[in-house]
Design a binder for this molecule. Structure first.
Ligand code: ATP
Length: 254
């Protein structure tokens, strides 16, 4: 039996009498890449907000590493290894790439430890920046990077923290085809040490992950789950999302 790192059990969320999520059950294995897709307003962001602790559900529970974290605030979730990256990269624009990464180390292990081990930290920065194709940009200010490079830098800063679960909000948005391909390779590499849950509208990007499972949300409910080649032939998914051009591309194999 695979170990479920994250269990979302019988989860519902309502606001002002309006049901936004209705009895969601979502189970993520350790080292899994999972996509969450569905039309606008399906409830994807709300589900991510509940998983990261920004809001609490009306019913159900969230179990992470066998611990019930349903009502843990988001800073506690960050401590147990749940990290979220929003669509717009959040980096320190006036600092260099290296300094951004050093700050990430400081927030992870503390200033004294970083000062004491600065040589090793710099070696580690060089090593990790190679994974994210940033090794030639270490002295560059973040504001001079392209959008794609800033996305890479933020991901790199997140990975310094060695999270167990990374929540990504439309990471493919605004990237060129080549950048998306590179990002997909990096996410595949990241998952060697972490689980990745990705909200995405760009089906070309989702298809770059041949083995990843996809969960489809519609009107607050999960309507399908499986690999992309199964999902894209599912009648209901085509009806409510893929076939109507509501995603950012069309189904190829209809
Ligand atoms: N606090 C709130 N109060 C009222 N309605 C809300 C609240 N939060 C979310 N909603 C509604 O719940 C529905 C789901 O929103 P959500 O942002 O989770 O969808 P989504 O799948 O992420 O959509 P998108 O793809 O457009 O980002 C929407 O109709 C939204 O207007």
């Amino acid at each position: 039996m695979p170990h479920h790192l994250l269990k979302v059990e019988n989860l519902s969320f309502a606001v002002n009498g309006l049901t936004i999520l209705n009895n969601i059950n979502l189970f993520l294995n350790a080292n899994e890449i999972r996509f969450l897709i569905g039309p606008n307003g399906a409830g994807k962001t709300t589900l991510m907000d509940i998983i990261c602790g920004k809001i609490s559900p009306s019913k159900g529970r969230i179990v992470f590493n066998e611990k019930d974290i349903t009502y843990h605030p988001n800073y506690i979730r960050a401590k147990v290894g749940i990290v979220r990256k929003f669509q717009t990269p959040s980096v320190f624009n006036t600092l260099t790439v290296r300094d951004n990464l050093i700050l990430s180390f400081i927030s992870e292990v503390g200033l004294k430890t970083v000062e004491k081990n600065i040589k090793e930290i710099n070696e580690r920065i060089e090593e990790i920046s190679r994974i994210f194709n940033l090794e030639k940009k270490l002295s560059e200010k973040a504001q001079n990077l392209s959008h794609g490079e800033r996305q890479m830098l933020e991901l790199c800063m997140i990975m310094v923290k060695k999270p167990s679960l990374v929540l990504l909000d439309e990471p493919g948005a605004g990237l060129s085809k080549t950048e998306k391909k590179n990002l997909s390779k990096i996410i595949e590499q990241i998952r060697q040490n972490t689980t990745v849950l990705i909200v995405e509208h760009d089906m070309d990007f989702v298809r770059m992950f041949e083995t990843a499972r996809v969960t489809v949300l519609h009107e607050g409910q999960i309507i399908a789950e499986g690999k992309m080649d199964e999902i894209q032939n599912n009648k209901q998914v085509i009806e409510v999302y893929l076939g109507k051009g509501r995603s950012r591309d069309y189904v190829v194999n209809q």
